[in-house]
Design a protein around this ligand. Structure first.
Ligand code: SAH
Length: 218
């Protein structure tokens, strides 16, 4: 192997090791994360840190989540091959790309047109045709495509937004960060049952806030 290839292989091994050591143990999730290179989702001078288990800045003042958090959220979502999944908060598109290897169809929504456009470019380059990226205020979900088997929210709200709860199928699962603080929130999992919703708390996390309306591209 060339030095470069050697380097990449080592970094990838360390990346997977970091995921496992932080509790990402589901082999399907690990395999998807091994296949989807985080590099293309990070533009500019942070791209050489793509394999570190850290959140990094992306355009429009947003962040690409920490890989281990992406892994833990994906694992908690328990995606099945025939599922239709809605993601709120496209950001870089990295999380949607991982989901696209695990489910049949992914809809991902962001309030920044620019992020949606850039994410679409990466999906096309990586040949991930089962992802549809849409610019919209995700607090309202995506009524035209509802209901969903799984919903993943990657921005923090005070509570689970009503329209998202309503767009979850019975038996469906939603994973999202909730809390009033900007600095720490709780990742929760909501399961829709025949007669209501079951909630459980997973772990503390830190996400950017879920904001109203469309964003102004920067
Ligand atoms: N999942 C992303 C990281 C998300 S960062 C990744 O894999 O890179 C959170 C994203 O949520 C930001 O891009 C932000 O613009 C978006 N966001 C915040 N409020 C939103 C809303 N109401 N509707 C849609 N997107 C929203």
């Amino acid at each position: 192997m060339s030095d470069d290839a050697d380097d990449i292989a080592t970094r990838k091994m360390q990346f997977l090791y970091a995921l496992r050591s932080k509790g990402v143990t589901d082999n399907r999730v690990l395999t998807a994360m091994e296949k989807i290179d985080r590099g293309p989702f990070i533009r500019g001078h942070f791209s050489d840190r793509a394999y570190e288990d850290m959140p990094l800045p992306i355009a429009c003042g947003q962040t690409i989540s920490q890989p281990s958090v992406v892994g833990l959220m994906t694992q908690a979502l328990n995606v099945r091959p025939r599922d239709t999944v809605l993601e709120i908060g496209t950001g870089s598109g990295y999380q949607a790309a991982i989901l696209s290897l695990l489910a049949r169809r992914i809809y991902t929504v962001d309030r920044y047109r620019r992020l949606v456009r850039e994410a679409r470019d990466v999906f096309e380059t990586l040949d991930l045709p089962n992802i549809t990226a849409i610019t919209a205020d995700g607090s309202f979900g995506l009524p035209d495509q509802a209901p969903f088997d799984r919903i993943l929210v990657t921005a923090a709200a005070e509570d689970a937004p009503g329209p998202l709860l309503a767009q979850l199928k019975i038996g469906g699962i939603m994973v999202l960060p909730v809390g009033q603080s900007d600095t720490v929130q709780t990742l929760i999992r909501v399961v829709r049952t025949e007669d209501g919703y079951d909630y459980d708390e997973l772990r503390p996390v830190r996400f950017v806030p879920l904001l109203e309306g469309l964003g102004r591209d920067t």
